[in-house]
Design a protein around this ligand. Sequence first.
Ligand code: GTP
Ligand code: MG
Length: 315
Amino acid sequence: MPKEKTPRELEDLPGIGPTSAEKLRAAGIDTIEKVAASFPANLSDTCGISQDAAKKAIEAAREATTINYETAKSILKRREDIGRISTGSKDLDELIGGGIETDAVTEVYGRFASGKTQLGFQLAVNVQLQRKEGGLGGAALFLDTEGTFRPERIVSIAKSAGIDPDTAVENIVVVRAQNTDQQVLTIERVDKLIQEKNIKLIIVDSLTSLFRAEFLGRGALNERQQKLNAHIHRLALLANKHNLAVFVTNQVMDNPGMLFGDPTTPIGGNVLAHAATTMLYLRKGKEDKRIVRLVDSPNMPEGECIIKITTDGIR
Ligand code: GTP
Ligand code: MG
């Protein structure tokens, strides 16, 4: 039997033509590995091929997939390069192990006015500090999906952080996205900008609002989750590739099915819970106080602390 070449592109898989490949890519299944991890029914629905054909494509993809292993030692070595950005609050930094991490996605969720955007502003300034001061000596990309970016706030926060306000606003690249396509494309095309501007922090504020507005109703839920999933996956890849921090905000919606505890869940639900490395839940306390709960972290215990939103930033 002639030896078949190893599939590299989706089109190399048996039964996957250019049209099917396009449909798969649009749904975020854009690599052989992702096909290998798919279920036949799902794959067949997504690209309109029979379940049998889907099974064959998945088998071929599995055979072509190599396991990329690395030793714990080499991971440990890589972890030594992980940087951290101070949040402006000592207590919050301690809660999350020294600030928000590079090579990771940190998600903060909470109701309106809980301070998600303010925390984003503070990080956009603090990333510019030198390492020993709690920064990474780099720039920030602020992807604004809600039109709530306020340079005036950056100026006040920078002044009290001891950074020249002119430099501070210069070092924050703002992209205003009006719809999910713009939001997704920005992140897909951002590689060059990251290198040119030495971007060490990407903020997406908010990750989910445009998705929520565009994909309405139960019928659209699947499509929304797939697109959101691909988007956050791409953010995680960038975090890894460039050793930068990703900070995303997410509103919460009431979860009427929940009888005990706080009846709010982050929008995007499970997709985000799996993709975010660290999850923080912000809620209002008295006056300018906010309670931050560390909900999920790979290496820190759960816990809470109190921060304050002040004119000078987060304290
Ligand atoms: P949504 O985007 O609506 O979901 O809310 P959010 O969680 O992003 O809230 P945001 O970060 O915008 O926080 C708003 C809170 O910050 C409000 O309670 C404001 O009073 C407070 N805030 C904003 N600017 C200042 C300021 O200059 N000084 C002080 N002390 N508080 C401020
Ligand atoms: Mg906001």
